[in-house]
Design a protein around this ligand. Structure first.
Ligand code: ATP
Length: 203
């Protein structure tokens, strides 16, 4: 009797404030290189490292719009629907409970992976998912003290785009066309997001 292979599912966590093409290219490249069946984008609720983030429903809907054209991309509400701060260990625990037979691959940029040892319950993280760190302009891609057993590195096409810069551009009246998907440009304009002059950064 043929044994069906385990599903391989990527998990792309992020604030997505707003989602941009850097996120989408990273997820697409990892899906290709690691033979993933699906990538689940998981917008955070209130991230524990950031303040002043845009209402989660807006970030969730922009993520739905941005991923709609790719049949391998889906969006989860697990973090936006959870009270309190978002910790990756809670995200992965919940997804693993819902998908007990899948192998999970958590996708993270080189900047985020530098911080991973400070994340909550790091030992549990390694049990729940394999981590894939992708290159990001301005950040060195290296294991920096992490074990290759738990973390893989992947070079992806370099897009020097950040959500901080997108917010700042909108606030200054600069376009974000081609930095974020067209539908996200339209959503930002319709809901007048990022026009208050704050770039949402913690500084
Ligand atoms: P902000 O500027 O608000 O901090 P961000 O652009 O870093 O936001 P996040 O939503 O915080 O976006 O990022 C989610 C994940 O995507 C993180 O792991 C981050 O490292 C990764 N990422 C973000 N932008 C890029 C990019 N241009 N190339 C590769 N990875 C990226």
């Amino acid at each position: 009797m043929a044994v069906s292979a385990k599903r391989r599912i990527g998990v792309m966590g992020g604030t997505f404030d707003p989602i941009h093409h850097g996120h989408l290219v990273a997820a697409s490249e990892v899906a290709q290189s690691f033979d993933l069946d699906e990538v689940i984008f998981v917008p955070t609720g209130q991230p524990w490292q950031k303040s002043n983030v845009t209402e989660s429903e807006h970030r969730y809907l922009m993520t739905v719009i941005a991923t709609a054209s790719n049949p391998r991309f889906t969006v989860s509400r697990v973090d936006v629907d959870r009270e309190g701060f978002t910790y990756t260990v809670d995200t992965l625990r919940e997804l693993k409970a819902a998908l007990p037979d899948a192998d999970l691959f958590f996708i993270s940029g080189a900047d985020a992976v530098e911080q991973i040892l400070s994340w909550k319950d790091v030992d549990r993280l390694w049990e729940l998912a394999h981590f894939i760190a992708v290159s990001r302009p301005g950040h060195e891609l290296s294991l920096s003290g992490l074990s290759g057993e738990h973390v893989s590195l992947l070079e992806v096409p370099a897009l020097a785009i950040s959500s901080t810069d997108c917010r700042s551009r909108v606030a200054r009246g600069f376009p974000v066309w081609y930095l974020v998907p067209d539908g996200v440009v339209q959503y930002i304009a319709k809901h007048k997001l990022y026009t208050d002059g704050s770039d949402g950064s913690d500084e």
